[in-house]
Design a protein. Structure first.
Length: 227
């Protein structure tokens, strides 16, 4: 097999732009997912049953559907639904990149919700009771006492889920979005160098994910020592 890895050097600036977009989408989706997921976790633990059931239904729905299907649903079906609701002549143009951001935040929120719910439930109830005894209300107890400890306890798991998210972002290439994988696919098709480009992508993903996983394990040991 005649391999030409010089193509990687020539395409490196273009690939770097795709990798930057991958990191950007991962950061936005992880941040939005944690915020939205925390709110969902609080809703699931709420004593108000309709709110708890609605949050549980959303989480179970998102966790039961493949991410690829959610991406396609939002990109193809949501504009049609918005058109039928608003009565517009044409479906609104959401765009592939905007669809990717919204879809990943919505999807990842369901997974971060369960992580944060476990973290909240891991905090001793006596600490919340002590906060109430000091005159704090429910939200003050949550934001000042419970959630900071839950975030610290769940930080390694949150970061691990973020690494999985980083890998899942490659699915946006199916919407012709130029992420890292999408950039590699376009270069491979243009120059007919599929093997070289896919090998390069695999090596980059392995190095990054392996390094990040090792860092998370080290962080987990430090948190265990603090406890």
């Amino acid at each position: 097999m005649d391999l030409d890895f010089e193509i990687i050097g020539r395409a490196l600036p273009y690939l770097a732009g795709g990798l930057q977009y991958t990191f950007q989408l991962t950061l936005v989706a992880a941040t939005g997912g944690v915020i939205f997921g925390t709110l969902l976790a609080l809703a699931r633990l709420s004593s108000f049953k309709p709110l708890a059931l609605a949050a549980a239904g959303y989480v179970n729905l998102m966790r039961s559907i493949p991410l690829l299907l959610v991406i396609f649903w939002f990109y193809f079906l949501v504009p049609v639904l918005l058109q039928s609701i608003t009565g517009a002549e044409r479906p609104p143009q959401i765009g592939a990149e905007r669809s990717a951001y919204i879809t990943f935040v919505m999807f990842e929120a369901a997974f971060f919700c369960e992580i944060m719910r476990a973290g909240i439930q891991s905090i001793a109830k006596g600490q919340a009771g002590a906060g109430y005894a000091l005159g704090l209300n429910y939200w003050q107890v949550m934001w000042q006492i419970v959630l900071p400890q839950a975030f610290r306890n769940m930080l390694p798991i949150l970061l691990t889920q973020s690494i999985i998210l980083f890998q899942d972002v490659s699915l946006v290439s199916l919407l012709n979005v130029t992420d890292f994988v999408g950039a590699a696919v376009k270069v491979a098709q243009r120059d007919s160098r599929v093997v070289e480009m896919y090998l390069f992508v695999a090596v980059v993903y392995f190095v990054l994910c392996f390094s990040l996983s090792a860092a998370v394990k080290q962080l987990q040991r430090k948190i265990a020592i603090v406890r």
